[in-house]
Design a protein around this ligand. Structure first.
Ligand SMILES: Nc1ncnc2c1ncn2[C@@H]1O[C@H](COP(=O)(O)OP(=O)(O)OP(=O)(O)O)[C@@H](O)[C@H]1O
Length: 224
């Protein structure tokens, strides 16, 4: 069997707050295979975002082991973390975090230029991804000129722009009404599968979680 895209072992994270220590992650073990889409389910405050931030190398202060695409990344310095995020990871958040002064295409082009693609290559890929998400008619709209669902589709295209081995998504449809959320999630899953990426998707929505390949549940700081 090929090595998992993500292997987390004994992951811990505690926060000190007002003289009290809150142990949010108490030894999380998790493996995500190549191309596998895993739902990370848990109630509010159970530590889903904390886990995604650790795996996304966005936060320090955790203990344990994290391997991404075969590389131990838990102890990398800032340059190393930036490299892994750029080369192996894509991110989708509840709120899109698109660059407001750039249009839809440009938001998907920019991360590719950091990977040394030519402008023509990056533009072609951005157009293909956005068109696959039904945004072929919105390529030059800025985020403020797009609906919430359209903005999230652009964020999905941006996350997949560099063909990441692993997409980390934190409540990717949490800001959308139920009907729009269903459509955007279906498109997200179709595109991630089509691209062959793996994904770890945090949600508190059981119904959405069941549309993914596997569900893991965060409970009292561990995965069940
Ligand atoms: N910087 C911090 N300092 C202190 N406590 C924190 C910090 N960040 C998170 N926590 C606490 O850790 C717990 C887990 O938070 P986290 O955001 O990971 O939960 P979550 O499962 O993503 O919740 P939600 O579904 O509401 O987004 C919460 O009780 C939160 O208050």
């Amino acid at each position: 069997m090929s090595e998992p895209v993500l292997s987390v072992a004994g992951l811990t994270r505690a926060f000190s707050q007002g003289g009290e220590t809150i142990e949010v992650l108490r030894g999380v073990d998790l493996h995500v295979g190549a191309g596998e889409i895993v739902a990370l389910l848990g109630p509010s405050g159970s530590g889903k975002s904390t886990l995604l931030q650790a795996v996304g190398l966005l936060e320090g202060g955790f203990g344990g082991s994290i391997r991404i695409a075969g590389e131990q990344v838990a102890k990398l310095d800032s340059d190393g973390r930036t490299r892994v995020r750029r080369d192996s990871l894509g991110f989708v958040y509840q709120f899109h975090h698109l660059l407001p002064d750039f249009n839809a295409t440009e938001n998907v082009v920019l991360p590719q230029l950091i990977r040394d693609r030519t402008h023509a290559e990056a533009n072609a890929r951005a157009t293909a991804l956005l068109s696959a998400l039904g945004l072929g008619h919105r390529l030059t709209h800025r985020p403020s000129q797009l609906s919430g669902g359209e903005q999230q589709r652009v964020a999905v295209a941006r996350a997949l722009a560099n063909q990441p081995a692993l997409v980390l998504a934190d409540e990717p449809t949490g800001n959308l009404d139920e009907a729009t959320a269903d459509v955007v999630l279906a498109e997200f899953l179709r595109l991630v599968r089509g691209e062959g990426s793996a994904a770890l998707v945090a949600t508190h929505n059981e119904r959405m979680a069941l549309k993914m390949d596997r569900v893991v549940r965060l409970h009292e700081g561990r995965l069940a």
